[in-house]
Design a protein around this ligand. Structure first.
Ligand code: HEC
Length: 144
């Protein structure tokens, strides 16, 4: 048994490296994402995403945006997301965490987590009329 230990250690290392490599692009570090949410979003959206005052409720809802055309881009391009002092990889992680944490039931079964490259692309196009686009998307969600 004893001589197997080094081999097992190697195997574990190999598995760890392979896992990191495969999931690096969309990996979610929940503690880091939660921390970034607390720092940058919670003041308006509240701890559980139910929103403060007029802020729209994300809890049990925000996942619906991924079910309609234009919704996926919208979640990245809203000012709260796009202007956050987080790089594209951290914003992707935060959004993926938020969707799973607050609105897993509304996500389409085949949803794909945001990648860093996707966030980079969406973020570079500013949203000029947030309210108007939001209304269009909410109508699409209501029509589902
Ligand atoms: C100053 C308040 C404020 C902060 C801080 C803020 N948001 Fe928002 N957020 C809003 C408002 C208001 C809306 C509604 C759309 C709009 O008017 O921008 C919104 C909408 C959203 C939406 C779309 C959901 C919907 O129903 O419209 C997402 C996703 C979102 N915010 C993510 C974030 C993330 C992620 C952060 C932190 C990195 C953040 N927000 C920080 C105010 C804020």
């Amino acid at each position: 048994m004893k001589q197997l230990a080094p081999m097992r250690a190697w195997l574990m290392l190999l598995l760890a490296v392979t896992a990191c490599h495969t999931f690096a692009d969309t990996e979610v570090n929940a503690n880091r994402a939660r921390f970034n949410y607390m720092l940058n979003c919670q003041g308006c959206h509240s701890a559980d995403g139910s929103g403060i005052g007029d802020i729209p409720e994300m809890k049990n809802f925000v996942g619906n945006f991924l079910r309609v055309p234009g919704g996926r881009e919208f979640l990245v391009r809203v000012p709260g997301s796009a202007n956050a002092p987080l790089n594209d990889a951290l914003l992707a992680e935060l959004l993926n965490w938020m969707l799973m944490e607050m609105s897993a039931d509304e996500l389409p079964a085949d949803w794909q987590p945001y990648t860093e490259a996707e966030v980079t692309a969406y973020r570079s196009t500013p949203l000029l009329d947030v309210e108007k686009l939001r209304t269009v998307l909410i109508d699409r969600i209501d029509a589902l």
